[in-house]
Design a protein around this ligand. Structure first.
Ligand code: AMP
Ligand code: MG
Length: 399
């Protein structure tokens, strides 16, 4: 099998993803979920023309010259309804959010006025029609789609849902995710330190990557490089919507992951991607389940998660935007690159006037997890590039 490019592999993964079904959740439990319905405004907001300021509602025709003294005929607070319409030379004291009375077509803020004896006020500047008035329906008009299906529910979105009185909403279910590490050399977090072993970083880093998407994964533990044991673990894992296996996906004699998942009926879609770090990276499906065979090297495992698992999980959760945001940054130093594979350099970003600067986090070996721990983003060097130079503009995905 040929090496796929990163873009081909991503496309291949996304073709296998089906959206989760829909469930109803309470508004207060919806943060981080994804809307599975278009949400419409149930009334005009504001419901009438309201003042945007504390001040005086006036007739702009009275205010073509300033200063001018007007008679205050009433006080209108938010929640009040005006009792009369303004006549020539009249104004109403009005608070932010209060309805503008009939006859008035503008508001002048209190800072532009001077209180006088009796119910009179001096307005110190001219006022244009519409000044400081929020028009009826300016925020939303009844029946408008204010939030489209596929919107991620953020605090601002929750504010809108409350505004349109949605105590319950339809969201996509979250996929179930299981995580498995493989390797005879691995030592679990709870196991005593054995100088001959390698601590299992991947299970935990992957768990956090999954949690960051709002999904609570199930940790299957560590499977030894033993075909029978691996088979048992993989069988359990394939009951989940998504199984993440790290290690053992290469072609070493003890890399049993691929033959074992194939023997369990998984249809392998690809197992080689032209990327660095990253290959070997395997992907297959069994029914609606997806299995990602991530490389054992901790950096590779995390980078492959970012590029293949994130868009797959986001698509399955119904998100419209599948990929992380990217920015352009200016590189502060040369990076050599041999054409062939897309390379992902872990970078720190520094905001300078007008642009971001990107600098490598240091040693970029695929086993050097500190390079990832320090990173703000991943800088992409295209496969066909023969290196990038200091000052070049590069694309960085934000972690
Ligand atoms: P493998 O893909 O199994 O050949 O593993 C490649 C490298 O990654 C080896 O040096 C492994 O020891 C290391 N490795 C594999 N799995 C993990 C893990 N869960 N945590 C930390 N390192 C790992
Ligand atoms: Mg291994």
């Amino acid at each position: 099998m040929q090496y796929l490019s990163v873009a081909e592999a991503q496309k291949n993964v996304l073709e296998s993803v089906s959206e989760q079904s829909i469930e109803m959740v309470k508004l207060e439990q919806s943060l981080g979920r994804v809307l599975a319905e278009d949400v419409k405004a149930n009334r005009d907001l504001p419901p009438y023309d309201v003042s945007a300021m504390d001040g005086f509602a006036v007739r702009s025709v009275d205010m073509v010259e300033a200063p001018k003294i007007l008679e205050i005929v009433e006080d209108i607070r938010a929640g009040d309804m005006p009792s009369q319409s303004l006549q020539q030379g009249q104004c109403a004291r009005i608070m932010t959010g209060a309805p503008v009375p009939q006859g008035a077509d503008a508001v002048i803020r209190v800072e532009e006025t001077e209180a006088l004896e009796g119910e009179k006020v001096q307005i110190n500047s001219v006022v244009k029609p519409g000044n400081d008035i929020r028009l009826r329906g300016e925020n939303m008009g009844q029946g408008d789609v204010v939030l489209a299906s596929g919107t991620e529910i953020t605090p601002g979105v929750i504010g809108i849902l409350a505004t349109v009185k949605r105590a319950q909403i339809e969201v996509y279910r979250r996929p179930s995710v299981a995580i498995l590490s493989t390797g005879d050399e691995l030592e679990g977090l709870d196991e005593p330190i054995d100088p001959n072993k390698i601590p299992d970083a991947n299970s935990h880093a992957l768990m956090a990557q999954v949690q960051a998407l709002g999904i609570e994964p199930v940790m299957l533990g560590i499977a030894r490089d033993d075909p029978a044991e691996l088979r048992e673990y993989l069988q359990r894992g394939l009951k989940f919507d998504v199984l993440l296996v790290s290690g053992g996906t290469s072609v070493g004699v003890h890399d049993y992951v691929r033959p074992t998942i194939e023997s369990l009926g998984v249809q392998m879609k690809f197992w080689r991607v032209a990327m660095k770090p990253g290959h070997p990276m395997a992907f297959g499906t069994l029914g609606n389940s997806m299995i990602f065979g991530l490389p054992g090297n901790p950096v590779s495992s995390m980078v492959c998660f970012e590029y293949f698992v994130v868009p797959a999980l986001r698509k399955s959760m119904g998100c419209r935007r599948l990929y992380r945001r990217t920015i352009l940054a200016n590189l502060t130093h040369d990076v050599r690159h041999r054409p062939g594979r897309t390379e992902f350099i872990r970078v720190v970003l520094d905001k300078k006037v007008g642009a971001y600067e990107a600098a490598s986090t240091g040693s970029q070996g695929s086993g050097i997890l500190l390079s990832m721990a320090k990173a703000d983003g991943l800088m992409e060097i295209p496969a066909d590039s023969s290196g990038v130079s200091a000052g070049d503009q590069v694309k960085v995905i934000l972690l």
